[in-house]
Write a protein that binds this ligand. Structure first.
Ligand SMILES: [Zn+2]
Length: 156
């Protein structure tokens, strides 16, 4: 961390993502280059990210408590939720050999954010899908190098 500032208070964003180690470097790199975010985020990890929140009541309660803490201590303004393909939590929850139904990720992201909006209407929300080749902002433009993969997984 070249611009580590120990005295800095607060964070702009609370990030929810999966515990999967394959995506940690990708996510860190992506967020450090994300305009207006850089190192300025709280990180919360649950197996399956959005699916963990939907499926497991104690996890959901812990996540919601952390949102309250992040609001109180860090005055966060946004919540970013990162889903990823080939997720073990999806395979276990839906009893699937392959986690290749990418629309399911989108549906679950929408569900979680819809519920969060009811609790925290003033916060802004963004949904992301992490695939092998990179990260797609589902509320933004799909990067050119990921467009073909994205269209294919969304059945276009
Ligand atoms: Zn996962």
């Amino acid at each position: 961390m070249s611009n580590f500032d120990f005295k800095k208070k607060g964070a702009k964003v609370l990030v929810l993502s999966c515990i999967d180690p394959r995506f940690i470097d990708k996510l860190t790199n992506y967020l450090n280059n994300y305009k207006g975010v850089q190192n300025d985020y709280d990180l919360f990890n649950l197996a399956g990210a959005e699916l963990g929140v939907l499926e497991k009541k104690p996890w959901r309660e812990t996540f919601l408590e952390h949102i309250d803490i992040a609001l109180k201590l860090h005055k966060i303004k946004k919540i970013f939720v990162f889903s990823h393909i080939d997720c073990g939590m999806y395979k276990v929850t839906y009893d699937m050999k392959e986690d290749d139904n990418h629309l399911l990720h989108k549906v679950n992201l929408d569900k979680v954010i819809e519920n969060l909006k009811k609790l925290h209407p003033k916060l802004k929300y963004k949904r992301f899908l992490m695939i092998e080749k990179g990260i797609i902002n589902l509320d933004g433009k799909v990067p050119k190098k990921l467009k073909a993969d994205y269209d294919k997984m969304m059945g276009k």
